[in-house]
Structures are given as C-alpha cells and as structure tokens.
Design a protein around this ligand. Structure first.
Ligand SMILES: [Zn+2]
Length: 298
C-alpha cells in the first residue's frame, strides 16, 4: 500500500476530497472491507482484505505476519485519521487475528507464525495512544509501530505508542532505517526494524560507510582499488574494490544492485548489533556519540 499510493500523493480516501496534488495515476482504492490495487506493471486489478492478506502471509511461511491496516498519510485530516482507526484499522486488526487463529488451527503441522498488530494514528498523541491501547487488548504476539511518521517528533511518537503497549511483547518499527532515527527509536522502546530503504538507495549507488554515506558512481572512485569499507565483513567488501563497484554501476551491470544491497543490509544489521552490545555493556551513550559524530561529521 505504501508503494501503491506513492506514499502520500495519490490515494482516494474512500471518495474523500482530501486527495492532495495528485501527480501520478491513482493505484489504490480503500473501502471499509479492504483495498483494491492496480498493478503499476500491467494495470491488472488486485483485491486485498484482512482475510486474503492473512492467507497469503501464511502461505509464504512468514515468521512474523502483520495485521492488515490502513496506511494513512500526514496530509489526512484528524477526522479522517479517527474514521480510519474506527472503521478500518481496528476492525481489520480483529478480522486479521480471527483469520490468523483459524489458519493456525488448520495447519497444526507447520511451525507457529507470529502475528503483530499495527499501530496507526499519524502525528496525533491521543490517537496513537488509543490505537496502541486497543491493539494491546487483543491477543497479538507483538506490535508494529507503523504509519505516517514525521522525522521531527519521531522519538516522541514512538514513546507514546510504547508507553501503552505491554512490556513483554516485541515492538517492531516499520519503515525506518536512517541511522540517527534507529538510535532515536531504540531509545524510546523499539526492538526490531525493517525497511526497504537500504536496498533501494543501494541500487542507486548510495552506500553506507562508517564515515557517512557515499555515492559510489562518483568519478573519484573510478581508480580507487580499496575495499568499499575496510571495517566491513560483508561479501562485497571482502571481495570487490570501490573501482569495480563504480564500474558495475557505470556499465549498468545488475550485479551492482546485488553487491550494493548486500553491503547496505549488512551495515544496518551490524549497527543494530553494536547498539545492542553497547546497551548490554552500559556504554550506549558514548557509543552513540562516537558513532553519530563519525557518520554525520558532527
Ligand atoms: Zn560491506
């Protein structure tokens, strides 16, 4: 849904006139039962609702399944955010849970698959807390902290949700991967993360180094035979030079995307591993200060 709507531009909010400057063709239509998508590849129509979503995720064998929810945008009115929670995200959470429990009961020979509810509520404190409290009352295995988030105030929004959620269940941050955001979210109670961004920016040649983000397509790397990051233990850094990666991007070789993705994913996983270690060793604050100043040069 986040891709289908172009994140904030082109969703028809059930006929609401709030559709802001629609710059792309509309690809998703929301109603109180579910969402209809139009494929950006061949124009074919696809229908998703809580039951279909649970069935697909069970069949995929996902270890962690997320409840079907409506991703609203920061442009939506407060009234729309309330309606979205009451008529869609919360009833859909209950339907997702019921479908998940049925599918789990039907497939006793399979390893257990966990279901996480997804908290919405955009930038509104009372709605975030309301949504978290509602979902906390249902039998989910963990919770996704999702939806429209502003970079400004991200930490605060995470704190509102976490304060309402049970201590003994994991909180998963959806769609966050900028390193300073990861620090902020962890400080406020996020346990795990996922995001397409490290792979997506990697495919454009943007690579994370301990000294900050670089673009490997830059001419200055053309004759640079050093590894991408001498501190990194990933396959790309162990086997290829900056010059070779620069060449692959310039030549539009698809291997460039694979090698860049391997490195960026490893970078983010290592960051989180190191943060966890620093928490255990009670050196988090000094670790963070040193890491941030090296990466952002501040
Ligand atoms: Zn690497």
């Amino acid at each position: 849904m986040s891709l289908g709507t172009g994140f904030k531009k082109v969703i028809d909010m059930t006929g609401d006139s709030l559709v802001p400057t629609a710059t792309k063709e509309r690809l998703a239509w929301v109603d109180n039962d579910g969402v209809t998508f139009k494929s950006h590849i061949d124009g074919s129509r696809h229908r998703f609702n809580p039951e279909i979503s649970m069935s697909i995720q069970h069949q995929l064998g996902a270890d962690i399944i997320f409840a079907f929810d409506e991703l609203t945008t920061l442009h939506d009115s407060r009234a729309y955010q309330i309606e979205s929670l009451e008529l869609r995200t919360h009833p859909w959470a209950e339907r997702s849970l019921a479908a998940h429990q049925q599918l789990t009961a039907d497939r006793t020979n399979k390893p257990y698959q966990a279901l996480f509810g997804v908290v919405q509520g955009a930038q509104h404190e009372d709605l975030r807390r309301l949504s978290a409290r509602f979902l906390a009352g249902l039998d989910f295995d963990g919770f996704g902290l999702g939806g429209a988030l502003t970079k400004d105030g991200l930490a605060e929004i995470v704190r509102w949700m976490v304060e309402e959620l049970p201590e003994n269940k994991p909180r998963h941050m959806l769609g966050i991967s900028e390193p300073n955001d990861i620090f902020e979210c962890i400080e406020n109670g996020a346990d795990t993360f996922d995001c397409v961004s490290p792979a997506r920016v990697g495919r454009n040649g943007a690579l994370y180094l301990s000294t900050g983000r670089i673009n490997i397509t830059n001419t200055k790397f053309r004759d640079d035979y050093e590894p991408l990051d001498s501190q990194c233990d990933c396959y790309t850094c162990q086997n290829y030079s900056r010059a070779y990666l620069n060449h692959l991007f310039k030549a539009r070789e698809l291997l460039a995307n694979t090698l860049a993705t391997i490195h960026n994913e490893r970078f983010i996983v290592r960051l989180v591993n190191d943060i966890r270690l620093s928490i255990n060793e009670q050196t988090y604050n000094t670790f963070k200060e040193r890491w941030i100043s090296r990466y952002y040069g501040t």
